[in-house]
Design a protein around this ligand. Structure first.
Ligand code: HEM
Length: 514
């Protein structure tokens, strides 16, 4: 008979084998290997799927192709940058909300940094500084706080009405842009804006639009091959760097100049109440500001304008196109407004809940426009497993907002009825705001404010104006095509139209213009 100790010796190889088997099983179950990455196009060594990008004209087209071929979760690797595209609302919410602790980071955005955007929430990694900026923003942009902006938004709406009445909407985009700038500049810096010729707005707008020309955030050449930022400016292929550095001075000035203006006003005792003054006071006043406080307040204020301008413009501009192409819808919205608030006063946000048809128009507007067709990337902080798929640490999870909002019958048609009767809704969520403003802990902090701004503009226009086709030299109506650009924020392409006072609202309009 063997002693106890010898028995253990005999069992050792078996135990070791069992341990190895268990370890292997655990690796397979808990940490699926690379071959269980989500489906996606076949990758080539080093360049991964870079050649795939030739197949579609835009990122949206590429994603649509992959979606069709591989399903709701697609893995793509471009020069080592791992991207997981999500084409399903439930998946998007599960990952970014329920697993928000690890799905709320942003990837480094070297092109943004090269361009001089600093301490801006939009590109900030998930961490303490992120939480500080979200807190600063929530203090002024929460649903409750936004209630207090009623007078600012009403004044900006009057400015929009005046501009539209001045030239029958000939410079439509300029007027909407002025409207957006006037609300956000007032809130951020207490700065009154009457036109886009305002020097601060002019500079900020140029910095923003030229930045967007560099490509969709996180999908520029530099985002895929960050090492390219070290190319000397004279090198062939370094054109992007020369252009970026040429713009950098303007980007930096667009952040510092309005901020310095408020500081000067504080010194003079003339500072208006606004985001910058409130935050300087919260830090104990000018004398107690640390350099990091200064950089944070400056960056956060600039982010307000940067994030608000193009997005709000895109949605309000799309409203004009939608109403021009769908006169019956517009007529129905006007009739509802007439029945509910009459003809003697202008609508205000207190009327929102009494105008269900207009609300359905707003929902369809967000769906149809899909202003942020590709959501901003959420970087994964740790390896994860989702539905058996391995999601590697560092991957960028990008939700295909456009795809989610197109998942209904006749997606190209503007049909507010979808949201009233639930018909032709397909798998589009009943509130497209749950998609267009993003997800989880990175969801747009300005969304209450943005939604109000869009509603106030849309309601004022509906109350006072008709939107009719322009005519050509032969007197024929020009019906523009339903076309959108391909930039980061989805805008309608320029289209002609006339915005004329409603015949039976002239008195009210005169009162407004007085
Ligand atoms: C219709 C207009 C707007 C749309 C469609 C929109 C949409 C979005 C989306 C999709 C994101 C990314 C969310 C994510 O990563 O999941 C975002 C982020 C952001 N938005 Fe908006 N937005 C709008 C207006 C505004 C306004 C008016 C403000 C400020 C007053 C604002 C401030 C921001 C900021 C600061 C971020 C960055 C948040 C972060 O990274 O944590 N946005 N927005």
């Amino acid at each position: 008979m063997l002693g106890q100790a010898s028995q253990y010796v005999l069992y050792l190889p078996t135990a070791a084998l069992a341990a190895v088997a268990l370890w292997l099983a655990a690796q397979l179950v808990l940490k699926p290997r690379k071959n269980s990455l989500p489906p996606g196009p076949r990758r080539l060594p080093l360049i991964g799927n870079a050649l795939e990008l030739r197949k579609g004209k835009t990122m949206e087209e590429m994603i649509a192709l992959w979606w069709e071929q591989y399903g709701n979760i697609v893995y793509v690797n471009i020069f080592g940058r791992e991207i997981v595209f999500i084409n399903d609302l439930g998946m998007a919410q599960e990952l970014t909300e329920k697993r928000g602790a690890i799905y709320s980071d942003r990837p480094a955005l070297p092109m943004f940094e090269l361009l001089g955007w600093k301490d801006t929430l939009i590109t900030m990694p998930y961490g303490n500084q992120f939480r500080k900026h979200r807190r600063m923003m929530n203090a002024v942009l929460s649903e409750k706080a936004v209630d207090s902006f009623g007078p600012v938004q009403a004044n900006s709406a009057i400015l929009l009405v005046k501009l539209l009445a001045s030239d029958a909407g000939k410079d439509l985009e300029v007027h909407i842009s002025t409207y957006t700038a006037s609300t956000i500049m007032k809130i951020a810096y207490g700065h009154d804006v009457k036109s886009l010729e305002d020097p601060i707005v002019k500079m900020s707008l140029e910095a923003l639009t030229k930045t967007l020309e560099f490509g969709t955030v996180s999908t520029t050449i530099l985002d895929f091959i960050p090492a390219l930022k070290h190319l000397p400016t004279w090198a062939p292929g370094a054109g992007f760097k020369r252009r970026a550095l040429a713009l950098r001075g303007k980007v930096e000035l667009s952040q510092s100049l309005p901020y310095e203006q408020v500081k000067q006003q504080i010194r003079n005792g003339t500072a208006p109440e606004c985001f910058v003054t409130t935050n300087i006071q919260d830090c104990g006043g000018l004398d107690n500001l640390t350099p990091q406080d200064e950089s944070d307040i400056q960056g956060a204020a600039a982010a307000l304008y940067t994030a608000a301008e193009e997005t709000t413009l895109a949605v309000v501009h799309s409203f004009f196109l939608a109403m021009l192409l769908n006169p019956k819808v517009y007529k129905a919205a006007q009739e509802e407004m007439e029945q509910v608030i009459g003809v003697d006063r202008l609508p205000n946000p207190d009327d929102m809940s009494s105008l269900p048809y207009l609300d359905a128009v707003m929902r369809e507007l967000y769906r149809w426009t899909a202003p942020t067709s590709i959501n901003a990337p959420h970087r994964v902080k740790e390896d994860d497993v989702y539905q058996g798929y391995y999601i590697p640490k560092g991957a960028n999870v990008i939700v295909n907002n456009f795809g989610l909002l197109q998942a209904c019958p006749e997606p190209e048609r503007f049909l507010p009825e979808r949201f009233l009767e639930g018909t032709k809704l397909g798998s589009v969520p009943t509130n497209p705001r749950d998609v267009v403003f993003g997800f989880g802990r990175r969801r747009c902090p300005g969304w209450h404010f943005a939604d109000r701004s869009v509603w106030v503009a849309v309601a004022h226009v509906t109350a006072l104006f008709d939107i009719i086709p322009e005519v050509d030299e032969k007197g024929q109506k020009i019906i523009p095509p339903q076309e959108f650009g391909t930039s980061n924020v989805r805008h309608p392409k320029h289209f002609p139209c006339r915005v004329v006072p409603r015949a039976d609202r002239k008195k009210l309009l005169e009162k407004v213009l007085d």
